[in-house]
Write a protein that binds this ligand. Structure first.
Ligand code: IPD
Ligand code: CA
Ligand code: CA
Ligand code: CA
Length: 263
């Protein structure tokens, strides 16, 4: 399989999907809720996912596609070539702010990440990677992350984890918030991952993400030396929801050891 050919194909459909999403602001968006009132989906999320699936199946009908909105197939194994797609990551930002949302895509062969993409639709900025060859921010190569201390770190974290919750000891998270230089919360996991791989954030922590939130990002992470695991320090499972941390390698284990106490 020629990865460069697949890479060119992927970039083409991502740019095209981005153009279609931007145009969608000129016609009516239908917003629905899924599991709860904060879990939104729009007709544009579904149309974008369908667009990707149709294009991929035309490109190679043997490729499987797992997408957040369920427009693809049910997948219970990562055998063979598999695309994992989040058509719009940050749907709430998309609906409310019309910005700060990403297309996130990972391409895997037999469970090994080969190509990763995170596309900032409104800025038309693409973070991408080819396994073993490197990562890029548009046409500029991304450098390996430089060592950093915890006191210098800026960490992406959702404010809800510093209040009592069922997942982690929130007192420890408060200690982390006090220790680091600053925290940020962007409302798109893929954007926060893109910021870590490009050194604009030094870590991003989440208590619950799905495979499509992290699939593209974990592939880019490897190329710049960022470490992405679940909060127990194991590799993320790409078929299930899990906790998640991606961090500069100099603070990944330190954060897990000192500030994360999973209940
Ligand atoms: C969500 C965003 C959000 C994260 C949620 C995700 P969606 O993805 O990435 O930042 O906190 O856990 O579900 O639903 O907008 O694709
Ligand atoms: Ca969603
Ligand atoms: Ca998502
Ligand atoms: Ca989504």
């Amino acid at each position: 399989m020629d990865l460069h050919q697949i890479d060119q194909f992927a970039k083409g459909i991502i740019v095209e999907a981005g153009r279609r999403i931007r145009e969608s602001f000129t016609y009516d968006m239908v917003v629905e809720t899924k599991s709860d009132a904060n879990d939104l989906v729009t007709n544009i999320d579904r149309e974008t996912e369908t667009f990707f699936i149709e294009k991929i199946k035309q490109f190679n009908s043997q490729h499987k596609v797992l997408g957040e909105e369920g427009m693809g197939e049910e997948i219970d194994s990562l055998e063979g070539p598999v695309w994992i797609i989040d058509p719009i990551d940050g749907t709430m930002n998309f609906v409310k702010q019309h910005r700060h949302f990403m297309i996130s895509i990972g391409f895997f062969i037999d469970g090994v990440g080969k190509l990763g993409y995170i596309f900032d639709v409104m800025r038309e900025d693409l973070f991408s990677a080819i396994e073993g060859e490197g990562a890029w921010y548009n046409d500029t190569p991304l450098r390996k992350l430089k060592p950093i201390t915890i006191e210098e770190a800026v960490v992406g974290i959702n404010a809800s984890w510093v209040i009592p919750n069922k997942k982690v000891n929130h007192e420890k998270i408060i200690e982390l918030v006090r220790k680091v230089r600053g925290t940020r919360s962007y409302g798109s996991a893929a954007m926060e991952i893109a910021f870590v791989v490009s050194g604009k954030l030094d870590a991003y922590i989440s208590m619950r993400l799905s495979p499509w939130d992290i699939a593209g990002g974990t592939i880019i992470a490897k190329e710049v030396g960022a470490i992405a695991t679940n909060l127990s320090g194991s590799d993320s499972n790409l078929l299930l929801n899990d906790t998640f941390i991606i961090a500069n390698p100099s603070i990944h284990q330190l954060i897990l050891d000192n500030y994360i106490e999973v209940k």
